[in-house]
Design a protein around this ligand. Sequence first.
Ligand code: HEC
Ligand code: HEC
Length: 637
Amino acid sequence: MPMLKKLACLAGAASICALVSLSSFSDDLVPSPERPGNSNDDPIKKPKDLSGRSIKCPRVRAVSAGWDGEEGTTGWLFKNDPWMAYQRGREEFIREFSAADGAFGEAGKMAGLVLEDQTSKIMTRDHVASCTMCHNVPFRDGGAGVTFFKNGGTGRNTTHTFGSGLQETLGWQLRLKILEKGDLNRDGWIAKGEADRVRAVVENLTPGIDGEHVSVDFGAYGDLDKNGKPDINPICLIHYVDADGKRISWARNLTDDGVAGYTIEFQIFGWGHRKGAVASTLRAFSANAYDMHTGLQAYDPILSEEPNNDGLAGISVPGMPQFISGRTRDRGVVKDARGVSREDPDRDGTLEEITSGDLDLIEWFQMNHPSPAEKTRTALRETGRKLMTSAGCTSCHVPDWHLEAGDAGNKDYTKRYLGDRRFFNLNVAPNPQTGRLEGRVEKRDPLKRESFTIRGVYSDFAHHDVGPAFHQMQFDGSILKKFRTAPLWGVGSGAPYGHDGASLDLDEAIRRHGGEADASSKAYVAMSEDDREAILAFLRGLVLFSCDDLPCDVDGDGKIADNFIVAGQDTGPERLNPEWLFRIPARIEGMVVNPDGVKVKSFALTNLEDAYGAKLKWLRDDDRDGFPDARFAANSK
Ligand code: HEC
Ligand code: HEC
């Protein structure tokens, strides 16, 4: 069959050729990785996965719209079917993208920002088809993972993204709190001389919130060491501005022509870089990762337009203000008659490889992704936790942070906090009876923007020089000395440690600390073996977990059922499968006879299209070209 189509293609006129190959893309010409089938289907025509854990739906580019958007748009999903939106966002994270999606094309090419020599690039591109190939432990969640060549030959280890939504919101709050003390006249930026000697000190917890209170010093606003740059902690990316507060994109110094001051972006993610080589938001991080690792370029006006020329781009549908530093490679300058961006930056013939709607969904998934958990706080672990404070570890590895409630309308812009934008919180705790970790889904209203205290993250989100054993020589020979205090939540789920993954156990990682952490690391080394073991036991208790397998109360009845019934079928022990919580809950096949002649429970679905909304106006893709049919119906008038 593919052969015949190819012949038709060769013989026919060019336009017919294009038509033929377009309509047959996902049928048989191009491999496509989904397994939508169940045990009644022919596995050649409809691949199956009876465990139910593979991606089931063919890919269709999502359409971005606000919370009152039409059926099947991202805003509509957030409001009416948040778990399906979460699952579709998760699929974008774990999907193996195919040639039909526009994956690869520039494999091995040097890419990303340039290092200090202004020429050497930070990494090479297009090495894997999926986020999950790196973010792999645990599998199918935003896990941690491999080390690969980035910044320098010693490489960078993959961080986990558990709890990354809370971190993103905290990043915005830290930006505001730093501006609050430096922008005294509240014109939106910090002028030379405005607060030169003031220090940017931020409290982790509001008075009255219990926990260990720590003041974090993010440096001075002025250029006291006269190197031309503000002495603010390098976690803050500086945008230099003119006397009207407008960004001067080429400026690199307070003394550059026309520079009157600066504003900041708080780069809460990643191990640490100079010059803002990683994005400050989940949306921009994802767009960039798709481009760099898989060769998929996003076209996203929300990231790419800067209405006030002040470093800020649009606000995403999940409610996160974006920065122009995250602008996408595809700018949509030229569009075809159907309204599709024709830019195709990697020239592989696939248009709008990632849409704004796709970014809404992957942002929604990561923003709501559960945080790591802590195993039973035994007496030994409690001792270890106390020793972390007495040894000075928690001066950098700050345990908790309070997120203020949202206050978008505050007259003082430095108080316009976002609040918690998640639609659920997964409370995970050890069950004293069974000793196992158990989850409880706590619903939250994403539009209420309530306050929330982030417990047990163990980072001050500042960069520190923790000594030469951690310094990274970059490709160009420049030395990166400062790294973000690695959040310790999840650290018990496995080696390796450090930005380079070079410490293969926790003890090594702690002993490797020097520089600003010298006293603390010496205190650790001087401890009795029992005390060191207590610290290690405490750290080993800070874990990730597989969301698929964690026993979990998902329906809020206070119990974890042994035989959880969904859509009339027994799905086994109650667990956090988002499919159980869809507006139209997924119905599993149940007991079937497998190829061994044995009865097994099939988790393949019998109502796939309904559950995943495949017939909703803005998701329906009958011609299987990867774009919802409604997009072209609306634009071809
Ligand atoms: C080739 C391996 C690789 C792939 C593929 C990959 N990442 Fe990452 N990711 C990393 C590494 C390494 C870091 C840490 C980067 C650094 O600071 O140098 C990271 C960091 C992150 C972070 C920041 C987490 C934090 O708390 O610091 C997010 C978010 C993220 N990745 C999202 C994604 C998404 C979304 C995709 C897929 C579109 C993706 N990544 C694909 C390797 C990868
Ligand atoms: C001056 C600040 C500071 C102090 C004090 C400090 N750390 Fe760290 N810690 C860091 C930084 C920065 C990193 C990240 C290093 C890197 O990126 O390679 C880190 C990394 C770690 C890691 C590796 C985490 C990972 O995910 O790879 C562990 C474990 C750790 N610290 C434990 C401790 C313990 C225990 C103490 C006290 C004995 C301590 N630290 C004291 C700043 C500090």
